[in-house]
Design a protein around this ligand. Sequence first.
Ligand code: GRF
Length: 192
Amino acid sequence: MSGTSKVATVILVSGRGSNMAALIMAAAEADFPAAIVGVISDRPDAPGLAWARQRGIATFALSPKGIGKPAYEAALTGALREAGIEIIALAGYMRLLSPEFVDAWRGSILNIHPSLLPKYRGLDTHARAIAAGDAEAGCSVHLVTEELDAGEVLGQARVPILPGDTPETLAARVLAEEHRLYPQVLAEFAMR
Ligand code: GRF
């Protein structure tokens, strides 16, 4: 753990981990108010986990496979409590957390979602924004509640939807904003 006055934060990932990397790089700055003390993945083969490990961040893979969701979440909570975690930052974490888990960590779980919430909760956000003829898209960092992608929005960034955009080109434009927005919102949240 770096810096005793920093807010202890863990990142949960399932895949690529580009938002995780953005958070880790931002938190490496001396004046960043949160410390990334670990990265946990439900997939041992998540590329994000390897990236974090290579940079000396404590990593931990824990899957509900074989043990079931209640035991999985109990183990997760145990590990997080032991590490003194105050903020859980979901970054491309593809599992739904149970209402019990959300309740135990209420107000402490952040997520980044690739749409301008409350528009387009769930998956395929970019395709849905293009199909709707929207002029702009974006991303939101929000608090996690029992309802999918429905908690308080803490910050948003916007990008234009351009003629000829595909879900892939739009996703790339939004992702660049995600990488700026998430560290900024985490810093503000940690200073609350
Ligand atoms: C991002 O688009 C994020 O908004 C969504 O899942 C994607 C994760 O990408 N929740 P990455 O793993 O951070 O690269």
